[in-house]
Design a protein around this ligand. Structure first.
Ligand code: PEP
Ligand code: MG
Length: 575
């Protein structure tokens, strides 16, 4: 038995076998071959395997997404059968006696570069396909398991160096008992996804990852941030008992989840959900969400191979907004860059991607991305309560630019005869310290704020949210972050505007009493956290929480604040 410490990322306890997810790099060792015919036979076998995998990918994608997305795999099959590509690679093997891996890699790279050089969006995107099919074939040649996700066949705990959003969407969630990663902090996307799914997770275990072997029995303690490898009987018994206590607590919380969140002295706040797609609707409603405080639209862009059209976005946003009827749904405009990459959106490499052209900065320079989304939102917002908000706003000028394009889209749509939302509220996320400091000016140009503490924390503390080594600094419990939150709420309230918070903190029981006391109007969180948050809000008084907030803001460290809350509000300790 061995204990490894990491960062608690998603509540709950889970026990099960380790599935070590290894996205192995392709390494091609240069060497001279002796038998080109044998080398070619190896290629033929790998090509056959690749073609049947592409058939399977076509079938699954057709079932899950539709013909347009599935077609990509047919196109990739054509590429792998392209006589020009095959003959070029073959003649290099025969004439230069290089390995088929080197020949295939160099040939496909050269084809891809030629396509990229043509200034045509469609052909450039084909370069990506050539690289994709080449890498699939190379993995087959090298015997590297191409899709680790495919071999997940029994309920397991996913153990990985790190998981990209695209890795994670491929996993069959029915078989995922928990997550454990070497990298990442509590607001990394693995953590957010785990919380969204209600799956226990510990991230940032660093070198501890090397201790875990495939099939090891693991305990994941998502509250304490601990992983136990091959626990003894006594430990298993202890954690099984804690698991049952947590289930009881959950039942208690679920009993109040469909009631409003009102403090014991009558102060009501809104508790809404963070969702990423249509699948999130039901879990949000079941959990007692009073609306959606953050619809992460980038998920629509992530799970596919090409840009969603305006029409598709319209249908998608409308389905979600209509499902909530009069309840608000806040759609966030495309937020990519940083650690969220979309392979088919061309974003130049950045030295500091979190500080570069991401989120609204990308959209403001790419009307081809931004306008279809705004138009789709304006159309989808007709007859329901859809609101729009924009991530990563840094200046008042950003909002003015957004409004100009927004009004332009509205005018165009009306001229085209579309029904558009009569009045659509526009808000911004406060996630850059400059926006918090300028909140009194920004409040004049928006209808609401939603504080994105995941990013606000990393920018305030200059601590990368995905870097486990600075996880203590990248904590929303840092006094500086709470002070900025206070500035934002006070500035908005002074002008009669409301403030929500959709960073991970909104669903953290330890943070709720302080946020409540600071006057936060709306708490937006992953659906599984909603019942627990409501249970807590219903159990404390607004007057007490105001006192708590005032005292907490005088404390000098993240730890002092956490300890103070644990002592002051015993209800925050789960299980
Ligand atoms: C945030 O930064 O707090 C936020 C909610 O946005 P994301 O985590 O998607 O960057
Ligand atoms: Mg953010």
């Amino acid at each position: 038995m061995k204990l490894i410490s990491g960062i608690p990322a998603s509540y709950g306890i889970t026990i099960g076998p380790a599935f070590v997810f290894d996205r192995a790099e392709i390494v091609i060792e240069p060497h001279t071959i002796e038998d080109p015919a044998a080398e070619w036979l190896r290629f033929e076998k790998a090509r056959k395997d690749t073609l049947s995998q592409l058939d399977e990918a076509y079938r699954v994608t057709m079932e899950e997404c539709g013909e347009e997305e599935a077609e990509i795999f047919n196109a990739q099959k054509l590429m792998l059968n392209d006589p020009e590509l095959i003959n070029t690679a073959k003649s290099r093997v025969e004439n230069e006696l290089i390995s088929i891996e080197a020949a295939l890699y160099e040939t496909t790279e050269s084809f891809a570069r030629q396509l990229e050089a043509i200034e045509d969006e469609y052909l450039s995107a084909r370069a990506l396909d050539i690289r994709d099919v080449s890498s699939r074939c190379l993995r087959n040649l090298l015997g590297i398991n191409k899709s680790p996700a495919a071999s997940l066949t029994i309920p397991s705990i996913i153990v990985a160096q790190d998981l990209t959003p695209s890795d994670t969407v491929l996993l069959d969630k029915d078989f995922v008992l928990g997550f454990c990663t070497a990298e990442g902090g509590s607001t990394s996307h693995t953590a957010i996804l785990a919380r969204g799914l209600g799956i226990p997770a510990v991230v940032g275990i660093g070198e501890g990852l090397e201790e875990i072997k495939p099939g090891d029995n693991l305990v994941i303690d998502g509250d304490g941030g601990e992983v136990i490898i091959n626990p003894d009987k006594k430990t298993i018994k202890e954690f099984t008992a804690r698991q049952s206590r947590l289930k009881e607590l959950q039942a208690e919380a679920e009993a109040v989840s469909h009631q409003p969140a009102i403090t014991t002295d009558g102060h009501q706040v809104e508790v809404v959900a963070n969702i990423g797609n249509v699948d999130g609707i039901q879990s949000a409603l079941d959990a007692g969400a009073e609306g959606v405080g953050l619809l992460r639209s980038e998920f629509l862009y992530l799970e596919r191979q090409n840009l969603p059209s305006e029409e598709e976005q319209y249908q998608y946003y409308k389905t979600i907004a209509d499902a909530f009827g009069e309840r608000p749904v806040i759609l966030r405009s495309l937020d990519v860059g940083g650690d969220k990459e979309i392979p088919y959106i061309d974003m130049p490499p950045e030295t500091n991607p979190f500080l570069g052209v991401r989120a609204i900065r990308l959209c403001l320079t790419r009307p081809d991305l931004f306008k279809p989304q705004l138009r789709a939102a304006l159309r989808a917002g007709y007859g329901n309560n859809l609101k729009l908000m924009f991530p990563m706003v840094a200046t008042v000028g950003d909002v003015e630019d957004i409004r100009e394009i927004f009004e332009e889209c509205k005018k165009e749509l009306r001229a085209e005869g579309h029904d558009v939302a009569e009045k659509m509220d526009i808000g911004i996320m406060i996630e850059i310290p400059s926006a918090a400091v300028l909140a009194d000016q920004l409040t004049d140009v928006v209808d609401f704020f939603s504080i994105g503490t995941n990013d606000l924390t990393q920018y305030t503390m200059a601590a990368d949210r995905t870097n486990a080594h600075v996880a203590t600094l990248a904590s929303g419990f840092q006094p500086a972050v709470f002070r900025l939150i206070k500035i934002v709420i006070d500035s908005a309230h002074a002008k009669g505007k409301w403030v929500g918070l959709c960073g991970e903190m909104a669903g953290e029981l330890l943070a709720i009493p302080i946020l409540l006391g600071l006057g936060l109007d709306e708490f937006s969180m992953n659906p599984p956290a909603i019942p627990f948050a409501k249970r807590l809000i219903n159990s404390i008084s607004y007057e007490h929480s105001k006192q708590i907030a005032e005292n907490a803001l005088q404390l000098r460290s993240d730890q002092e604040i956490r300890d103070y809350i644990k002592k002051e509000v015993p209800e925050v300790n789960p299980g």
